[in-house]
Design a protein around this ligand. Structure first.
Ligand code: SF4
Length: 168
């Protein structure tokens, strides 16, 4: 386990980055610098702190409770640290199979749809934040160009299917 990663932080029990109570793992670094980005301190690739994968998994594990619904990988752009992201997602799925996985990225789905890391992702929130399209009424995203993509259904039918919240 020699891969290291730059971690911006880990938040427990978030309710803003996907449904239910979630652990959010912020991976450091994003090259885009979109005007109005809400996580500017996470853009510098050399920011945050360097940790081993083992240290990261220990920190994630400490945030998981019986009430946790899933783990969200955000940033920065988590795809900038692809190997580490793949490892962490695989680890979550093995250790906590009941948890769902959300990933935020500045890439559009069509440009990354063949990445193997998506095989274990439940929902991909795609596209950069666009200030002119900012809309505070949107759930789990900042601007109207961003989509909450149900990855399994999208891959099954070959066109984007947006995730829908469960209605109780
Ligand atoms: S892609 Fe996302 S994280 Fe990167 S600069 Fe744009 S809004 Fe910020």
């Amino acid at each position: 386990m020699s891969i290291k990663l730059r971690l911006g932080g880990i938040t427990a029990n978030s309710v803003v980055d996907g449904p239910g109570l979630r652990t959010v793992v912020f991976l450091q670094g994003c090259p885009r610098h979109c005007p109005g980005c809400h996580n500017e301190e996470l853009l510098r690739p050399e920011g945050g702190r360097e940790v081993t994968l083992e240290e990261a998994t220990e920190e994630i594990k400490a945030t998981i409770s019986p009430l946790t619904q899933g783990v969200t990988f955000s940033g920065g752009d988590p795809l900038m640290q692809l190997q580490a992201l793949k490892y962490l997602i695989q680890w979550v799925k093995q250790e906590f199979p009941r948890l769902d996985i959300w990933v935020y990225t500045g890439y559009c789905y069509e440009d990354i749809k063949d990445l193997s890391v998506l095989e274990r992702v439940n929902v991909l929130v795609d596209g950069p934040f666009v200030k002119e399209l900012k809309n505070l009424d949107l759930i789990f995203r900042g601007s109207a160009n961003q989509r909450l993509i149900d990855v399994a259904k999208t891959r099954q039918i070959g066109q984007v299917v947006e995730w829908q919240p469960q209605v109780w």
